[in-house]
Ligand binder design. Structure first.
Ligand code: ZN
Length: 455
């Protein structure tokens, strides 16, 4: 809408300068020395929300860093969108690899270089300025709530407690999150799913002590050989996972979804070249992007045992170990798959050894259905400002807060990220393209408008 564009055009330098101010606060949640900065940053977020037109903003203390809650309620009968984001950032180290100070934002080639520029202060601030734009142009169509936490980068240890204790306060018709990336400004995309995780460790014990491989070798099973055989049996020749029941709850992506995903630009030869591999590996029947997005996987993350020091030592070891994880897709449950993995390893262990498999941690997979109102509103919003329909993308990683919100609030989460994979998140020289920042502010009001219309 022209009023939004005009408003942004008139105020865009101020929008940018305000973001730079916010980036100057070193809100590193992991380090206790930054506790005062965390409090200062929460205060700053509160003030910015009030300035943007929120009617009520409160800072909620937690056992860790505070959560900022804000709202603009225009009519209780109208739909409500809850915006989630975080004001904390990753530690900036190693500092010597930064070309400029991590908390001294610099603009170069149209990009803002600073810790938190993209993850997630820059993206949170798009929502604050979108609110201002709608309030100032009198075009707000629905209620908006904000839940901006300060502990995302340390695993959100207090968010779950806060959400379940404040279900009424946070009640909404959808949760909107901009803490992810799109393919590019030319090829916009929306994340429609994230994988979950099951992580276990296995210990295989043979003889009660390390043995001389000359005296005992050939007469006693070697736990490393046994472990290697057990692990090798977990995939079949087509690289399907051979654990009974593993695929039982997997929801197959629809043909339509697979067709749309295939539109994402992808070069097999560049992918191979980048990784230095001659041939790609994976489950038969699926493309590379599908293997990392819509399919569950099982990976060895580490394997050790016996002698690994310098030179040779002829030992028949007593023990062998491995760390094994599975990436999960909807509707697999982390708890169920972890148990399946652990039970399976115990079951296939031959009598030559004893096997102890234990759970490390897990997280649930998440999917935003393409036929949900929230997804449709986001896709329509992208189309309105990019003049192109977004490509649905399934991310290989995990954002556990998505399933937390769905479980506690019973609402779907939609991930509308405006960052790029090349933004160096969590790395030195994190950046956010100013064009992406402005595009976000331009697109978000459309999301609210279309979401309100769909109710
Ligand atoms: Zn983030």
């Amino acid at each position: 809408m022209d009023v939004w564009k005009d408003y942004q055009e008139k105020n865009k330098d101020r929008f940018l300068n305000e973001l730079l101010e916010l980036l100057r606060i070193p809100s590193v949640s992991a380090k206790s020395e930054h506790k005062p900065d965390m409090a200062r940053c929460a205060e700053a977020v509160k003030q910015r929300l009030l300035d943007a037109g929120a009617d009520k903003v409160e800072i909620y203390p937690t056992d860790g860093h505070p959560i900022v809650y804000g709202e603009k309620i225009i009519d209780a009968a109208k739909p409500t969108v809850l915006v989630y984001g975080h004001y904390d950032v990753q530690p900036a180290e190693p500092l010597e690899l930064w070309n400029s100070g991590p908390f001294d934002p610099v603009i170069k080639d149209g990009k803002i270089f600073a810790r938190g520029s993209c993850d997630d202060k820059g993206q949170v601030y798009m929502h604050v300025k979108a609110l201002e734009t709608m309030v100032q142009t009198n075009t707000l169509t629905n209620n908006i709530k904000f839940c901006i936490e300060g502990e995302e980068e340390v695993g959100s240890p207090n968010l779950g407690k806060f959400v379940s204790a404040h279900k009424d306060l946070l009640k909404a018709d959808c949760v909107l999150i901009s803490d992810s990336a799109m393919i590019s400004l030319e090829t916009p995309s929306l994340d429609v799913g994230l994988r979950g995780l099951s992580y276990i460790e296995v210990e295989v014990t043979g003889p009660n002590r390390d043995l001389h491989s000359g005296v005992y070798g050939g007469a006693v099973a070697n736990p490393i050989t046994i472990l290697a055989k057990m692990i090798a049996s977990l995939h079949d020749k087509d690289n399907h996972i051979k654990i009974p029941g593993f695929y039982d709850d997997v929801i197959e992506a629809t043909d339509e979804e697979r067709k749309l995903m295939a539109k994402a630009p992808f070069s097999k030869s560049e992918y191979k070249k980048d990784l230095g591999v001659k041939k790609l590996w994976g489950e038969k029947g699926y493309s590379t992007n599908e293997r990392t997005g819509i399919r569950p996987t099982l990976e060895l993350n580490g394997i050790w045992g016996g002698y690994t020091g310098e030179g040779a030592k002829t030992v028949l070891p007593s023990k062998a170990f491995a760390k094994i994880s599975a990436r999960l897709v909807p509707d697999q449950s982390s708890e169920k798959i972890s148990k399946l993995l652990i039970d399976h390893l115990h079951k296939i262990a031959p009598d030559y050894v004893t096997v102890k498999a234990t759970l490390h941690h897990g997280g649930e997979p998440y999917v935003t259905p393409m036929n949900s109102k929230a997804y449709k509103a986001a896709a329509k919003a992208i189309e309105a400002t990019f003049k192109k329909a977004p490509i649905p993308v399934r991310g290989g990683g995990s954002i556990p807060i998505c399933s937390l919100f769905e479980k506690e609030l019973g609402t779907k989460v939609v991930l509308m990220g405006f960052g790029l994979d090349s933004d160096n998140l969590h790395s030195p020289n994190e950046k956010f393209d100013i064009a992406n920042f402005y595009k976000g502010i331009e697109t978000i009001p459309y999301f609210h408008k279309f979401f309100a219309e769909m109710k």
